[in-house]
Structures are given as structure tokens and as C-alpha cells.
Design a protein. Structure first.
Lengths: 587, 192
């Protein structure tokens, strides 16, 4: 991409834009694309470094023997990045993707696992790519159940934007005709393997067509798109795809935005606060902090799109217009920072499948099967609200299988040089209800030199990040509804595997810290009333209508589907609305 | 790699998930000592011993064995950089135990022993390990021989020799076939 795209903060002459987009991830990329394509001059602000498409995917084409630690991480990395090492995502090739935890701390009143990727493209480069629509029942759920507040939109409001997004990013999948998981604009779906097909049929038969197992809907291409090649079944998406085979900012929205000639980007710049003018009751731009020298600069714009990831978008609001609202821009409702959600997982079941020894798989499918929600639907009624879906796969075991019980020598070598038997495993993703007391806040406590909280200002000071900025504190947990649901998630999966003929079925529930699902949502929810929500039905901050928050922060409930596709659709919808309002001079 | 794959691997490694899979953060002085770490963790002789142990675990058959992939140096690197000091100590005393145990039994050094003696001896060690693992409580330390087995397997099957000769490696499959025909004895894929 042209060097002039990236502007040097100190040298830039231009500090006036039509729009500023904070963040370059899934939502920020979409905001930039839509706004620039509609003719707006846009500045995108990214706090991390550049990460160029293909060129910077340094490990993506290495052979296994060319990697230093064969996928393992070092003790030093564990020490430096303890949060990432709580889960499965700390592996050698992606360690550079994760935030520097020392520079960017947060505190946990209750355990909260926060996965952050601070570089160009954000988590769009390393996301799981599962792409599911929400349904009418998801948008109606809060109102029907009397939970939190009603969504200000319904499925019909977002459906055309799902169409728009799916066609552009390329989602492969199969149509199923299910009310709880609407079909979309799909490229041909990937294949289930021979065992998964058999399991799908057995589940369908046993549950009389009320439960469904089909191939995951995923933002990996099965047909080429302009400038992007289809998936090559390497299953290394997280390292960045040299073929552009999956959707990321870099592969998809960024090239489109750049093609307009209307996009400037600053990297290494933290959006420190949204500049707010109390007379016009509107934002006037964004103050940024240069991460290299701590200098601050102001950029002006007519509108601001806040797409910094759910919790960081709220952090930015909390740090803005504090002279008017001490708790920040958007806090007048008392809901800013509240109602944080996630999808709870870390539980499921697995088992062995006998037979099928004359079959194997060719290619490494970066996708698995999906079992959509079936509880609290179509007359089914549980002792908790809402539901869950499952993701999993079947495969023959490889040389990584458990060797504790095997011998040594040529027998071991020969055994591991051939595939083992088939296994199938599946993990649940459950809805978390919005709860006012599940919240994030700026940590204003004082810490002494040993890191202990103190009330004595003589020996304590507030915790800050590397740049002296305040940090978030997390205070959220699973509650009764989720805990009841978890028992059911494990029980139902076990039953389905047994129905499918799996042997030695074992279940696991490793517990779930909030955030661990990497689907953090809420904290600046949309709603119908400025007294109970932070954003209106077009993602505008009630207290500053030219500020749009369109990432996970805006979510009013969490459903159980992977949420990124919905962020994209909401972002595209809000961006097009913003442009039309600008044209009408309403902003 | 994605969530589903990782979940698969975790389930596979249950009970033995020590290779880089364990969170073991020691309090205190880590960052200071890391600067003093030697270039290699094991002595030259120990690395040679690891080569021989590795070759006994995964010997030459119709494809080259672990020694041909410099398995000793691989284990050295992983243990130096990826293992906790507790794990390092377990392994260090473990290979000394192999060395002295072998000498006591056969009155000859492991280096000079016959391949059949080495295999017999390490088979006993392996059997003992399996027995101990049966009574293992959750927080008991991992047995050194499980570490050696896993390190040898990881190093060998991710080496160019292991991946492309003992196994079948295709960098860019280009397609997916979920009912690909398989005949008994066909090699497994090197990567998942």
C-alpha cells in the first residue's frame, strides 16, 4: 500500500477529516470501508504497529521444521503474558499478535480474561471466523423475558446489512431454513467429513429433526473474490493468510477503503479522549497520544466511529467529556461500563467413534461443525433462559495422541506414523444475560509499591499503563442462569454423542472466567431510551449524536452465536446512516 | 489452528499435558536469572545421551530415527527455553538416573550398550512410568520419562525427516476431502 496512506503524526499538515475511526479491527475496518466509499475523508487510528497484508505474515508459510519452538511458547513469554497463557491461544506463531501485558495492564476485581491484539487489523487477523446471523428471537428476547432493556432494532432492520456484509467478506456455509439461525448469502459450504455426516444423520433421526449438525458458517472463501484467493485448507489462519483466504481487515475491508483514496491511517497512536463541545453537544474530534513519545495531538472531524473493541471503546468514552460527566461521555444513563457479557464456554464432551477405518481426511479444514440452539425453542422449556450452540469436529488422531500408555521403539514409531482412530469432540457456547452488576470501570484505587490496595494517598498511587493512562478494572461473573445452563450444555452433548454411537464419552467443564470466550460485549448498550441505554438504535451516543459506537460494546444482549458478523452489519448500517445524516446536515 | 483444533489437542494430551501446556509461573527472580542462562542447558555429554535415548524411543526403521534429527539438541533447546526450573530439574535428574541405572544393570555405559539392551532398559523405565502414572495425583510432578517421550516425539515428527519421511507432509493441500480413502499402513499427515 502507498506510503502516503500512513501519515506521520508530527509531519502531517492535515488534521481535519470528515470522520475519524478509532480502531482497525473487524468493526473499524468496516466503518472505514463504508465511510470512504461514500466519499468521506477518513482518518483511522490504530494504537498498535503496522501489520501489512501478506508481507508481515512472517510465519505463515514456514514448514514445521523451520519454527524455533515447534509451536511452544517460552518461559519468558509465559512470564510476560500470563493472561494469554490462561488458555489455548498462546502458541509460538501468534505470540506477536497479543498485547504486551506489562505495558497494558488491567485489574480483576473478579477473574476476567481479556484477549487483546494491538496491531493493525486487531483481532480480525486472529479471529475464529465463525459467522452466524442473529435471529428475530434474539432481538426480541430481552423484551419477552423482561431482562435488561429491549433492543431498539429487530431482525428486519439488520437483515439487509447481513446480506451486504456476507457478500463482501465471503461466508461459506449451507442453508438450513432454521428460524433460530437465519440463512444468509453463502458461498458453497465446506464438507463435513464421513464421520460427522454419520453423526449428523443419527442426531437428526433420534431427535426427530429438532436438532441439527451442519458445517460451520465461516468467513473462509470457497470461491475466489476479487483480489482474494479461496481457502487452501492449510489451517493456519491465525498466522495471516497469504492467499487472503479468510476475512480480515487487511484482506478485505482495508483494500476497499484504500482504493477510494479517502483513507489516512495513523498507527502507534492511542485515542486518549473524544473531544466534546458542550455548546453544540457534539464531538469535535479525537485527541491522540503518540505511543513513541507520549505527545498528544488533536484531530478534528464531523463524526467519530468508536470501534476500539468492546471494552476499550467504553474506556475511551469513560475518559471523554469528564468535565461535564465525571463518569464520561455516555454515562448520563448510569449504564456506561455495565452489562458486560461474553459467551461462556470451556465445556463440552468428546468420545471415540469406532469403524470408518477405511476413511481419512485430505486437507486441513479450518472449520468444524455447528449445532445451533435447540433449547427453549419450539415448545422446549428449560429451567433457565435462552440457549447455547456447539462447535466441534471429528478427526482421526495423529502423532500428537496420548503416548503415556504406549511403549517405545519401532512399535511406537510405526504406530505414530499412521493415523489413530476417529475421535469427536464438541464445545458449547452459551448466552450470558446482561446484568447491571457485571461491569467494568476505571480503576481509581490507590496501590502501594507492593501492588496492594491502600487508602493512604501518601504511599499509594493509581495504576496506569505505560503511557500514564488509567486502566480498566473488571468486576463481572457468571450468574445463576449461566451456571444452570452449563450443566445442560455438558449433559446434552454427552447424550448426543452417545446417540451418535460414540464410545468412552467423557465430558469436561473447566469453568469460565468472563472474557475467556473472547466475545466480550456490552458496556455501552443500544436501547430505546436515553435514561437506560448509552446508544440509540443507530449506534449514536445519546449524549453526542455524532459519535457512533459499533463494536461489541453496543450489544444489548449476547445471544449464543459468534458475534463478529453482527458487529460488521451494525457498523455498515450505522456508517450508511451517518453519511445520510451528514448529507442532511443533521450531524 | 483454531479453537476446535486446540480443544482436540488438549483432550488428547489430558493427563500428560506438560509440554508447553502448563502454566507454571514462579514468583520472584525469573527475569534476572534468564540473562545468565547458558547457551545450552545440558552438557555435551548429556546432549549425546539424549540423542541415544531419543534413538531408542524412535529408532531407525525403514525411515531414519530420532538421532538423525539431532533430537538431543532439540530437547536441549526446548528444555532451556520452555521448561520451568522445576521441570528442568526433573528431567536433569531423570537422565542421570537412566545413565547410572543402565551402568548398574549392564556394567557398561549407555553409550556403549547394545541397542537391544537400551531398548530393554528404557522399556522397563517406561513400564515403571506407566505404573506410577496410574497412581498419580493431580499435583504430583510429571515423570521424567514421559517428558522424554513427548519431547522426542515432538522433535522428531516436526523435523523435516520425521514430517516428510515418517509422515506425509503437504504444505498446501488446496482442497478438503472428508472421506479420503485409507488403506491400513498408509502414513498419517504430519500436520493437522
Amino acid at each position: 500500500m502507498a506510503d502516503t496512506t500512513y501519515i506521520n503524526i508530527k509531519a502531517t499538515k492535515q488534521n481535519n477529516y470528515d470522520a475519524i475511526v478509532v480502531g482497525s479491527g473487524i468493526s473499524g475496518g468496516w466503518a472505514a470501508k463504508e465511510l470512504t466509499e461514500k466519499g468521506l475523508k477518513v482518518l483511522m487510528i490504530e494504537r498498535g504497529p503496522k501489520h501489512d497484508h501478506i508481507k508481515d505474515y512472517k510465519t505463515a508459510s514456514l514448514h514445521p521444521w523451520e519454527t524455533e519452538y515447534k509451536g511452544l511458547t517460552t518461559q519468558q513469554q509465559r512470564e510476560d503474558n500470563p493472561v494469554v497463557h490462561r488458555g489455548w491461544a498462546a502458541t509460538e506463531p501468534v505470540m506477536n499478535a497479543w498485547v504486551n501485558e506489562k505495558d497494558c495492564p488491567y485489574t480483576e476485581i473478579k477473574p476476567f480474561t481479556w484477549w487483546r491484539s494491538y496491531r493493525m487489523g486487531g483481532r480480525s487477523v486472529i479471529w475464529g471466523r465463525q459467522s452466524y446471523r442473529w435471529s428475530e428471537m434474539d432481538f426480541e428476547a430481552n423484551a419477552k423475558d423482561g431482562i435488561a432493556v429491549d433492543w431498539p432494532i429487530r431482525y428486519n432492520d439488520i437483515a439487509p446489512w447481513y446480506d451486504h456484509v456476507e457478500k463482501f467478506i465471503g461466508v461459506s456455509g449451507t442453508k438450513q431454513g432454521l428460524a433460530q439461525l437465519p440463512d444468509g448469502q453463502f458461498q458453497p459450504g465446506m464438507d463435513l467429513n464421513v464421520v460427522e455426516k454419520d453423526v449428523a444423520q443419527k442426531i437428526k433421526n433420534h431427535f426427530k429433526g429438532q436438532r441439527h449438525l451442519f458445517i460451520g458458517r465461516i468467513a473462509n472463501l470457497t470461491s475466489d473474490l476479487p483480489g482474494r484467493g479461496k481457502c487452501q485448507y492449510r489451517n493456519r489462519c491465525w498466522e495471516g493468510c497469504p492467499y487472503g483466504g479468510y476475512f480480515s481487515t487487511q484482506s478485505s475491508t482495508l483494500p476497499a477503503a484504500l482504493a477510494t483514496g479517502n483513507l489516512h491511517i495513523i498507527t502507534g497512536a492511542i485515542a486518549k479522549q473524544i473531544l466534546y463541545d458542550k455548546d453544540s453537544k457534539k464531538a469535535t474530534g479525537v485527541e491522540i497520544l503518540d505511543t513513541e513519545d507520549n505527545m498528544t495531538y488533536e484531530f478534528k472531524s464531523k463524526i467519530v466511529f468508536v470501534c476500539a473493541s468492546a471494552l476499550n471503546s467504553t474506556w475511551l468514552l469513560m475518559n471523554s467529556a469528564t468535565d461535564i460527566w465525571p463518569e464520561g461521555l455516555g454515562s448520563s444513563s448510569g449504564e456506561l461500563g455495565h452489562n458486560v457479557m461474553d459467551h461462556h464456554y470451556n465445556l463440552g464432551a468428546s468420545g471415540k467413534i469406532e469403524g470408518f477405518e477405511e476413511f481419512y481426511t485430505y486437507g486441513r479444514r479450518p472449520n468444524g461443525f455447528y449445532i445451533p440452539r435447540f433449547v427453549n425453542l419450539n415448545g422446549d422449556k428449560r429451567d433457565y433462559l435462552r440457549g447455547f450452540g456447539y462447535q466441534g469436529s471429528a478427526s482421526r488422531e495423529g502423532w500428537q495422541r496420548d503416548v503415556a500408555e504406549l511403549g517405545i521403539g519401532s512399535d511406537l514409531k510405526n504406530a505414530l506414523s499412521t493415523p489413530g482412530g476417529w475421535k469427536i469432540g464438541s464445545t458449547g457456547f452459551g448466552e450470558i444475560l446482561p446484568h447491571h452488576d457485571n461491569r467494568i470501570l476505571l480503576d481509581k484505587r490507590l496501590y502501594d509499591k507492593d501492588g496492594l490496595v491502600t487508602s493512604d494517598p501518601a504511599i499509594g498511587k493509581q495504576k496506569t499503563d505505560k503511557w500514564g493512562l488509567p486502566v480498566l478494572s473488571m468486576d463481572a461473573e457468571l450468574r445463576e442462569n449461566e451456571l444452570k445452563m452449563r450443566k445442560d450444555i455438558v449433559k446434552e452433548m454427552k447424550e448426543m454423542l452417545e446417540v451418535a454411537g460414540a464410545k468412552d464419552v467423557s465430558v469436561w467443564d473447566s469453568g469460565h472466567n468472563m472474557g475467556h470466550g473472547i466475545h466480550e460485549m456490552g458496556t455501552a448498550r443500544m436501547g430505546r431510551d436515553s435514561k437506560t441505554s448509552v446508544l440509540n438504535g443507530w449506534n449514536q451516543v445519546w449524549d453526542a449524536p455524532n459519535v457512533f459506537v459499533t463494536d461489541g460494546a453496543c450489544m444489548t444482549s449476547s445471544a449464543c452465536q459468534n458475534p463478529s458478523l453482527t458487529y460488521m452489519a451494525l457498523t455498515a448500517r450505522a456508517a450508511n446512516y451517518a453519511v445520510s445524516e451528514l448529507k442532511k446536515q443533521n450531524l | 489452528m483454531d479453537r476446535r483444533t486446540i480443544i482436540k489437542q488438549i483432550s488428547i494430551m489430558t493427563g500428560a499435558a506438560f509440554i508447553g501446556g502448563e502454566i507454571f509461573i514462579q514468583s520472584g527472580c525469573k527475569s534476572d536469572t534468564s540473562k545468565l542462562q547458558p547457551v545450552s542447558f545440558f552438557s555435551k555429554e548429556q546432549v549425546s545421551l539424549l540423542d541415544e535415548i531419543g534413538e531408542t524411543i524412535l529408532p531407525q526403521t525403514d525411515t531414519p530415527g530420532a538421532k538423525s534429527t539431532q533430537i538431543g539438541s532439540f530437547i536441549d533447546k526446548i528444555v532451556k527455553d520452555c521448561y520451568s526450573s522445576e521441570q528442568q530439574n526433573i528431567l536433569l535428574s531423570g537422565i542421570e538416573e537412566i545413565k547410572s541405572g543402565f551402568e548398574n544393570k549392564y556394567s557398561i555405559s549407555f553409550f556403549k550398550g547394545e541397542a537391544s539392551q537400551r531398548e530393554e532398559f528404557l522399556n522397563e523405565v517406561n513400564t515403571n512410568m506407566i505404573q506410577k502414572n496410574k497412581n498419580k495425583k493431580k499435583d504430583d510432578p510429571v515423570h521424567y520419562f514421559l517428558m522424554l517421550k513427548q519431547l522426542t516425539i515432538l522433535g522428531y515428527f516436526t523435523s523435516e525427516t520425521g514430517a516428510s519421511q515418517a509422515l506425509n507432509y503437504i504444505a498446501v493441500p488446496g482442497k478438503y476431502d472428508g472421506s479420503y480413502p485409507y488403506k491400513k499402513g498408509d502414513k498419517a499427515w504430519a500436520t493437522q
